[in-house]
Design a protein around this ligand. Structure first.
Ligand code: NAD
Ligand code: FES
Length: 279
């Protein structure tokens, strides 16, 4: 059992939970994730470790409430417990220790960019973060990233920071020169757009992929992705890959596979009638 020690609402559908997991807090590295199961019989949800406090023995999970299981998770309060947290899983982020890194975060993906930026900062690299949200209330982790370097905030509607997508601001930074590496995490169209943007500049671009995961051990094949023509598993080979080699069309297609099922599960939640055969 893992005690929830703090809870905060970061944006209209994004919640932060600080959860006791002392061993994971001590050994986790940027880029790694955990698989969380709220209670016996519940769905297993992969979540990036957005931050950790080894002294307190807690890790920070950032959850976007999009389906039945994530909504159940964010309904938990401080003092409640989570049944299982497995991890840390996945390979740590490939870091540079000098030079300039641009970390691009779209929406809830900004929480995934945060530990990458922390690691780069600790390593001695210069960090520029470009973060975006639909409007002001959707921008997250601005204060935390500001402690690590310059932050450029973008909103789609111009209600805060610059008006436009994160790719617009990133292009200006690339044009100014001196960028050694780019990290991008967010919706698939955003990561694809960043990878397409950096390709002509020849700048290495790392993306963190979020396919459907089940076991997190490379056994079930649920998180299959195509990278450079090879079939890889995001849980054990990733979750971070060279963005210039990722087949984003396949990723988007596979992410849509369970949309019908998820919609039915959502309806079950609202009217109590089971449509997914779980009774
Ligand atoms: P969103 O749709 O609100 O977009 C956030 C920002 O991304 C926008 O403000 C914009 O700056 C940028 N963006 C979006 N589309 C773009 C495009 N076509 N070109 C350039 N920039 C673009 O994001 P959200 O609702 O917070 O994110 C939800 C999505 O993120 C879900 O699909 C979820 O699966 C995915 N996600 C990915 C990861 C990961 O590890 N890659 C982690 C969590 C969530
Ligand atoms: Fe099963 Fe990756 S989650 S193979």
């Amino acid at each position: 059992m893992h005690l929830i020690t703090a809870k905060a609402q970061l944006s209209p559908n994004v919640t932060r939970l600080d959860v006791e997991a002392p061993r994971i807090a001590k050994i986790r590295q940027p880029g790694q994730f955990v698989i969380v199961r709220k209670a016996e019989g519940c769905e297993r949800i992969p979540l990036t470790i957005a931050d950790a406090d080894p002294e307190k023995g807690t890790i920070t999970l950032v959850i976007q409430a999009v389906g039945k299981s994530t909504r159940e998770l964010v309904a938990l309060e401080t003092g409640d417990t989570i049944r299982d947290i497995s991890g840390p899983l996945g390979h740590p982020t490939e870091m540079i220790s000098s030079g300039r890194a641009v970390c691009v975060g779209g929406g809830v993906g900004t929480a995934v960019v945060h530990p990458m930026a922390q690691g780069l900062f600790r390593n001695g690299a210069e960090v520029i973060s470009v973060i975006g949200g639909r409007s002001k209330e959707w921008v997250i982790f601005e204060d935390e990233l500001s402690r690590l370097g310059k932050v450029v905030v973008c909103t789609d509607d111009g209600s805060y920071g610059r008006k436009g997508f994160v790719t617009d601001a990133t292009k200006e930074i690339l044009d100014a020169g001196g960028v050694d590496i780019v990290y991008a995490v967010g919706p698939v169209p955003m990561m694809r757009a960043v990878a397409n943007l950096t390709r002509p500049y020849g700048i290495k671009t790392i993306v963190s992929l979020n396919p459907v995961m089940v076991d997190g051990t490379g056994m079930c094949g649920g998180c299959r992705v195509d990278v450079g023509g090879s079939t890889l598993f995001a849980c054990v080979d990733g979750p971070e890959f060279d963005g210039h080699l990722v087949d984003f069309d396949l990723l988007a297609d596979r992410l849509g596979t369970y949309r019908d099922f998820e919609e039915k599960a959502n309806q079950c939640c609202s009217d109590g009638e089971c449509r997914i055969g779980r009774g």
